[in-house]
Design a protein around this ligand. Structure first.
Ligand code: CA
Ligand code: CA
Ligand code: CA
Ligand code: CA
Length: 327
């Protein structure tokens, strides 16, 4: 495995250690296309500072700084800065993703309470929470809300669900916080398959579904036309199950989603840039290490990095799959 380092945030060095990576680029930093500002009239789905660049949400489901929630402002795969979001200390409330649930064009944050089945949305103005709105409940905890995207091209965010027992999948088509209808997706039985992200992988402006098999490490895309599955394609297998998919997001604004990875053991975070279903490069994001609740310097061998605000956060927010895996 090739080893290379790039400057990280807070003076950290970021090394390729984990064996995620089907890496092919000698340099890790991406050359970002700067001329293609997003066409949205408002901010993109996860662009919290509305600079045209998608950002990454975090939530700490651990016990140290419990409930801390925040956002990484990004320039492609380069970390720029961090901002806190309001704290929600109840770990049963899990973030599913971001979308636009009112008419201001700014990303809002969707939550599901895995204990009660309640669902809600934080209506946001950037990192400021304006209000909280209730979404319809789904009291069956076997139904996992797995993603947020606009599946019927009405510019309103919809919600993707998977039943982890029956393998049923569906989409709630939404008008803001009102559910207008439910569309069935194909069923995929087998509890090992987790829906881990929603993003447009083929640049047809239609959201697709990303799956990871939590036993075999296989990864698969369902290409969708609205709520109709048109085809499927396999991505490379990542057999190291320490690597979990944190979501799908078009970080570099080329119209195609990248795959966000987090290694729950090492704290490393990385991105698969895809060329079709091939991994073209694997830039690393700053690591976010998992520290022991009391004595973080004693945990899991990752003691050398200085603490940053974000380092106590352990999970990507862009997919609930990791959170489910924790529970
Ligand atoms: Ca941004
Ligand atoms: Ca919609
Ligand atoms: Ca697509
Ligand atoms: Ca992209």
């Amino acid at each position: 495995m090739k080893i290379f380092d790039i400057p990280g945030v807070m003076g950290q060095a970021i090394g390729v250690r984990g064996g995620l990576l089907i890496a092919s680029m000698a340099g890790v930093a991406l050359v970002l296309a700067s001329s293609s500002a997003p066409a949205q009239t408002a901010c993109a789905q996860s662009d919290f500072n509305c600079d045209g660049k998608p950002d990454i949400l975090w939530r700490n489901y651990g016990t140290f700084n419990a409930g801390k929630t925040g956002v990484w402002f990004m320039n492609g795969t380069t970390y720029l800065s961090y901002a806190d979001l309001p704290v929600e200390t109840n770990p049963d409330w899990q973030i599913v993703g971001t979308g636009n649930f009112n008419t201001d064009g700014k990303p809002d944050i969707i939550w599901r309470n895995k204990a009660t089945g309640a669902n809600s949305v934080w209506l946001m103005n950037g990192t400021q929470r304006l209000s909280t709105a209730t979404l319809p409940a789904q009291s069956d905890p076997n139904w996992q809300m797995v993603g947020v995207a606009d599946f019927n091209a009405d510019a309103k965010s919809d919600l993707v669900w998977r039943n982890k027992v029956t393998g049923e999948n569906s989409v709630w088509l939404m008008n803001g916080t009102t559910r207008t209808s439910t569309a069935e997706l194909p069923t995929w039985t087998g509890t090992a398959w987790q829906a881990v992200g929603v993003g447009d992988f083929n640049a047809d402006k239609k959201p697709d579904l990303l799956w990871r098999n939590s036993t075999t490490g296989q990864n698969t895309i369902w290409y969708m036309n609205g709520t109709t599955r048109t085809s499927t394609a396999n991505l490379p297998t990542q057999a190291d199950l320490n690597w979990e998919i944190g979501g799908a997001k078009d970080l570099n604004n080329d119209g195609k989603a990248e795959v966000l990875w987090r290694n729950q053991t090492s704290g490393e975070n990385a991105v698969w840039n895809l060329n079709g279903t091939k991994v073209s490069s694997t830039p690393f994001l700053p690591p976010v290490n998992v520290y022991a609740p009391v004595d973080r310097t004693a945990s899991n061998g990752l003691t050398s990095n200085p603490r940053t605000d974000a380092e106590n956060m352990i999970l990507f927010l862009d997919s609930q799959a990791i959170a489910y895996g924790q529970n």
